[in-house]
Design a protein around this ligand. Structure first.
Ligand SMILES: NC(=O)c1ccc[n+]([C@@H]2O[C@H](COP(=O)([O-])OP(=O)(O)OC[C@H]3O[C@@H](n4cnc5c(N)ncnc54)[C@H](O)[C@@H]3O)[C@@H](O)[C@H]2O)c1
Length: 317
């Protein structure tokens, strides 16, 4: 099977690519190596995670129809995992037009290509942020999600709606995965675990929003990989699924585990919640569990793996 992964140099994309190569799939990656965070980390992921394994890599923008068409025409992928996106909630408040261009138009371009080149299954990244300030927990796929509270969340919800129209009109199999706070080695520098580890190691103060009372279903990267591949293999006609850890953790507990692993107590600057941030994201994962999927890694193990990777990558003794 040949699988095209957009955002293939990203945190999640590179990890999924590794697993698919290991099971014998052919892999095609698209990424534009943009500078939302250090592109060197993206290139290092490709080098370290994929190394000498066989894969093709195309550098370009997913919003560029001609570019996307040329890749699909040459590679004729059987399936697509679409992860390329502008992925930060807070930065979407500063540049909503870019988020719309990449996340909405980019997804639409890929859906067009998926239909034109007869793709069997189109799995794409949505986000737990679509639940906005949903009061009912855990968040279920059946809940109404028409009140996003950040431009990022609105673009992710828009892609779910657009994907639905492609399934309906063109009978394209699509599944949107609502990822819940993914973390682990090779993670994103704009996310809490990376930022906190970096600052704690430097002895700098960390900003702890909502006074640390935020709760999350943190989801370890390996669990995201296995869940995404299960959905890739399932070929649903048109689905939306939560994918998240099964334990609700507070931000303060999360920081405590980082402190334990780094061996330094954090200087915490307790602050109110930021605009666009969601106080609690807790996933109902019963739908994905029906595929036999289970989240296996708890934060105690996952954060330890991250801190070990971080120290090795940045050569901290
Ligand atoms: N990491 C999380 O906690 C999380 C949570 C919810 C949803 N998601 C979604 O999962 C997906 C992957 O996230 P990630 O954490 O791996 O992010 P990431 O930023 O590490 O990966 C995204 C990749 O897409 C590439 N990209 C961005 N714009 C592009 C464009 N126009 N053309 C081609 N490539 C482009 C980037 O260079 C990057 O390598 C994203 O769609 C994100 O919104 C992630």
């Amino acid at each position: 099977m040949k699988v095209l992964i957009t955002g293939g140099a990203g945190f999640i994309g590179s990890a999924i690519a590794r697993q698919l190569i290991d099971r014998g799939d052919k892999i095609v990656l698209i990424d534009n190596f943009n500078d939302y965070y250090d592109p060197a980390l993206k290139r290092d992921r490709i080098k370290a995670i994929l190394g000498d394994s066989p894969f093709s890599l195309y550098e370009g923008n997913i919003q560029d129809l001609e570019f996307a068409d040329s890749v699909f025409e040459k590679e004729m992928p059987n399936k697509v995992i679409h992860l390329a996106a502008m992925a930060g909630v807070r930065s979407s408040l500063e540049d909503p037009l870019l988020y719309e261009e990449v996340n909405v138009r980019g997804t639409n371009v890929l859906l067009e290509m998926a239909v034109k080149y007869d793709v069997e299954n189109f799995v794409y990244a949505s986000s737990s942020s679509v639940y906005g300030n949903n009061k009912k927990v855990p968040f279920s796929e059946k809940d109404r999600v028409d009140t996003p509270i950040s431009p990022y969340a609105a673009t992710k919800r828009a892609t779910e709606l657009i994907a639905h129209t492609y399934s309906h009109i063109h009978k394209l199999n699509t599944t949107g995965l609502r990822f819940f706070t993914v973390y682990g080695p090779w993670g994103r520098p704009d996310m809490a675990l990376f930022l906190f580890t970096d600052k704690i190691l430097k002895g700098e103060q960390i900003d702890v929003y909502n006074f640390g009372k935020m709760t999350r279903n943190f989801t370890y990267i390996d669990d995201i990989v296995s869940g995404t591949i299960a959905v890739l293999d399932a070929n649903f006609e048109c689905e939306i699924m939560n994918i998240g850890g099964d334990k609700e953790e507070t931000l303060l507990r999360f920081i405590e585990v980082i402190e334990e692993n780094v061996g330094i107590e954090a200087k915490k600057n307790l602050m109110p919640i930021q605009p666009g941030d969601v106080p609690s994201t807790v996933a109902d994962i019963s739908k994905l569990r029906k595929l036999g999927w289970e989240p296996n890694i708890r934060i105690e193990e996952g954060i330890k793996n991250f801190v070990n990777w971080y120290k090795k990558y940045y050569k901290i003794v």
